[in-house]
Ligand binder design. Structure first.
Ligand code: ASP
Length: 319
């Protein structure tokens, strides 16, 4: 029996339109509506009963917390009735939305994000195949309990681990040291491993009734840092700071001094701009091996529950 999959559209290049079929960079993201996306891939209906819903239609660089909250709450509502969800999304912040949902969706049913690197009007546009594959993964029993997944370019990635690594190529997503979870091989989804961190049905976070998330900024470490942005963030009243530190989470000594004082009142998480492996556990919460952009999301959700540094640290070791 065919499963019921709901496709929630948010915009991005997959819904992008350019003036010419050879133009792959000069286009308006978030132009086509969900009906057009579904109509362009009639084969979808062979694999699932699909329905569409437009959540927003934007370039994902402009995603907001309001949209995240709306999306998470809508998915939690819909999953009572459907077997799986596909979200079409711009690729720029796709990994952040995926991780946010990985922590806030309250169901083991499949939730899959997909997008495209080439606009719908381009020769060799990748959106149609990505959407078909995403629906197949959403309708597949083996996707249950795997957490929120990202399906792009025939690959299946875990929301926690996937990141965008290329600005133009259709092979733009990668899970680096972790590797992908599975592939759509010859049109058939197959899994090879799972992520061991807590997610979805086992997550302690809830956004039900939340109107906003705590204000957390990322400060990017670099040579010759004078601490200007750290001071500005503290003055602006942030509730948390993610340091995208150098190497093993290293922070310039002057900046670190400001942060040690700040950490008496706000949450400070050490992460790394390297894009791989864990960081030193020194003075601040260590962000484990999350990228700074995902550490920001986990800290925001952690701060909805606690201000205790050791509790926040526990969460960074579990999610
Ligand atoms: N700027 C686009 C977006 O994130 C890029 C894409 O979708 O590939 O919406």
């Amino acid at each position: 029996m065919k499963r019921n999959v709901k496709i929630l559209a948010t915009g991005g290049t997959i819904a992008g339109v350019a003036n010419s079929a050879t133009d792959t960079t000069n286009y308006a993201a978030g132009t086509l509506g969900i009906d057009k996306l579904i109509d362009a891939v009639p084969e979808i209906k062979n694999f699932a009963n699909v329905g569409g819903e437009q959540i927003c239609n934007i370039d994902s660089k402009d995603i907001t917390e309001k949209i995240w909250l709306k999306l998470a709450n809508r998915i939690n509502e819909l999953l009572a009735d459907v077997d799986g969800i596909v979200i079409t999304h711009g690729t720029d912040t796709l990994e952040e939305t995926a991780y946010f949902l990985n922590l806030t969706v309250k169901s083991d049913k499949p939730v899959i994000l997909t997008g495209a690197m080439r606009p719908a009007t381009a020769i060799s546009a990748d959106g149609a195949m990505n959407l078909l594959n995403a629906v197949k993964v959403a309708a597949n029993q083996n996707s249950v309990g795997k957490g929120v997944l990202v399906v792009m370019n025939d690959e299946i990635h875990a929301a926690r681990e996937v990141t965008k690594i290329h600005t133009l190529n259709v092979a733009a997503f990668n899970s680096r040291e972790f590797g992908l979870l599975g592939c759509v091989n010859n049109g058939v989804p197959e899994f090879y491993r799972t992520s061991t961190r807590k997610h979805t049905g086992n997550s302690e976070f809830s956004v039900n009734g939340l109107k906003a998330l705590p204000y957390v900024k990322i400060i990017y470490g670099h040579a010759c840092d004078d601490g200007l942005f750290v001071a500005a963030a503290i003055n602006a009243g942030v509730k948390g700071i993610i340091c995208a530190g150098m190497g093993n989470g290293s922070i310039n000594a002057n900046v670190e001094e400001i942060l040690i004082r700040a950490a008496e009142n706000i949450a400070v998480v050490r992460s790394s701009r390297c894009g791989g492996s864990i960081v030193a556990n020194k003075n601040f919460v260590d962000g484990d091996n999350l990228t700074p952009q995902k550490a920001r999301i986990l800290l925001q959700l952690a701060l909805t529950k606690t201000n205790d540094r050791y509790e926040v640290q526990r969460m960074f070791k579990q999610y």
